[in-house]
Design a protein around this ligand. Structure first.
Ligand code: F0G
Length: 448
């Protein structure tokens, strides 16, 4: 059969509240043209994020009931720990309430004034935690990623020549670590090849710099490796993931993505002394080392989610459903970052709305237009989020895991195509309020 169906049946449903175009015009104005400030009930298809928004399986819900809420040494912790060890083979597993908590702990210890943290592309919370520690975050992404209209298999790769040149220029002693984001969320959900991970690791070994992985979407990355990188065709996703983690000295993970959990994360490391320092901070900010800011039931959901995510039927449907939207847009010549990513489709707002300059935030304007047209909520990844560091003006439409069906995707394509047909009417925005860190969450706008 050529149709790839959702590899699940629906057991529990949540109603969607439909709004009219007139209602949405008022609601968007009340939200200062910032989708983060909309109420979720006023959104028809919510593609703000794939983080914590997926559907848990019946097994995970059963695990929630089984959760052991003991303060110390709960059974749920040991099941969680063994699920993480099974994939990463790292001896020290530290639970945290979400990915950025792992980043905060790691960079409080490894960051600091005068230090550099190098990456393919740092996610915004990662960069914020690095900068908050006084260190500097540097993105060294492959040149293959520069042109959003040109497809390439591994546009998430780190540029190893730039990496080595940077280490030589600043001195290895000033590089606290290298962290590779898989898949590269801010760069279009694009994967990193195993060959690239190995090449980065070789440089890190040469200069004695620890190599970490930001593992939020490790399973999607491993599926792309299986599809696109010679030599991996015959391997299971789990075996590919185990190889990927084998090159790392540690990892941070938001379990809200590729662990199908609504909350949670972890920090895993090989180095015992680093683990002890991390646990000391954990106790102050997150909780005792066997729960780290989570309930036992959350640890249980993560343990089961980590086993479910490496299922190839699931990953095939996941990646295919995003390609499917891309194919519908191709038919109308709508610009998006090619190829489609693992968790999202990224519209190229600069090419979509060429009449709106960067300082009038074309991505934010396009988010507004998608909401007005069909109640679709996406997120700007461009000059609002990154200021002058922005390399592209994108609108990310992140697909929650196991949540929407093919007809939701058809509706989404219809909304995007309708906005494209009237793109000349979309106006730019000016920012009238902003905060010093992560301004995109709370910024306010007005039409120009
Ligand atoms: N790293 C990456 C690559 C991420 O995408 C995220 C979160 C984090 C770290 C932080 O994890 O949210 O659990 O604290 N990304 C979400 C998103 C918020 O919408 O892409 P967190």
């Amino acid at each position: 059969m050529k149709t790839i169906i959702e590899p699940f049946k629906i057991k529990s449903v949540e109603p969607i509240h439909f709004t009219t175009a007139h209602e949405r015009a008022v609601l968007l104005q009340q939200a200062y043209y910032n989708p983060f400030l909309l109420k979720a009930k006023d959104v028809i298809i919510d593609l703000l994020t794939d983080s914590g928004t997926g559907a848990m399986s019946s097994e995970q819900w059963a695990g929630v009931m089984r959760g052991d809420e003991s303060y110390a040494g709960s059974d749920s912790f040991f099941r969680f720990e063994s699920a993480v060890k099974e994939l990463t083979a790292m001896p020290f597993i530290i639970p945290v309430h979400q990915g950025r908590a792992a980043e905060k702990i790691l960079f409080t210890i490894k960051g600091g004034e005068g230090k550099y943290v190098l990456s393919n592309t740092l996610f915004d919370t990662t960069r914020a935690n690095i900068e908050f520690s006084g260190a500097t975050g540097i993105d060294l992404l492959t040149n293959a990623a520069k042109d959003s209209a040109v497809s390439a298999p591994f546009k998430g790769n780190m540029d190893t020549e730039k990496l080595e040149a940077f280490v030589l220029e600043k001195g290895a002693e000033n590089i606290s670590l290298v962290i590779i984001t898989v898949t590269n969320n801010s760069g279009g959900g694009q994967p990193v090849s195993m060959a690239n991970i190995k090449a980065v690791k070789a440089i890190c070994v040469k200069y004695q710099i620890p190599m970490f992985i930001d593992a939020c979407r490790f399973a999607e990355n491993c599926y792309f490796i299986k599809q696109r990188e010679p030599g991996f065709e015959g391997m299971t996703i789990k075996a590919i993931a185990q190889e990927l983690f084998s090159y790392a000295d540690g990892c941070t993970m938001s379990a809200k993505k590729d662990a199908f959990a609504n909350i949670g994360g972890f920090l895993a490391v090989h180095d015992q002394q680093l683990a002890e320092e991390c646990r000391n901070l954990l106790i102050i900010t997150e909780g005792f080392p066997t729960y780290g800011g989570l309930a036992g039931r959350d640890l249980e959901a993560i343990a089961i989610g980590l086993q479910e995510i490496v299922d190839e039927d699931y990953l095939k449907y996941r990646i295919r459903s995003i390609e499917y939207i891309g194919e519908q847009l191709d038919g109308c010549g709508i610009p998006y970052l090619k190829p489609t990513g693992g968790h999202a489709l990224y519209l190229d707002a600069k090419a979509f709305l060429p009449h709106i300059p960067a300082h009038q935030f074309p991505g934010q304007a396009l988010c507004g237009a998608l909401y007005l047209e069909g109640g679709v909520r996406g997120v700007e990844i461009g000059s609002v989020m990154f200021g002058e560091h922005a390399q592209h003006e994108l609108v990310r439409l992140a697909i929650p895991r196991r949540t929407y069906t093919q007809s939701h995707m058809d509706y989404l394509a219809e909304v995007i195509i309708a906005v494209y047909a009237k793109r000349h009417e979309v106006r730019g925005l000016k920012m009238v309020y902003e905060t010093p860190f992560l301004r995109h969450f709370t910024a306010r706008f007005e039409w120009v």
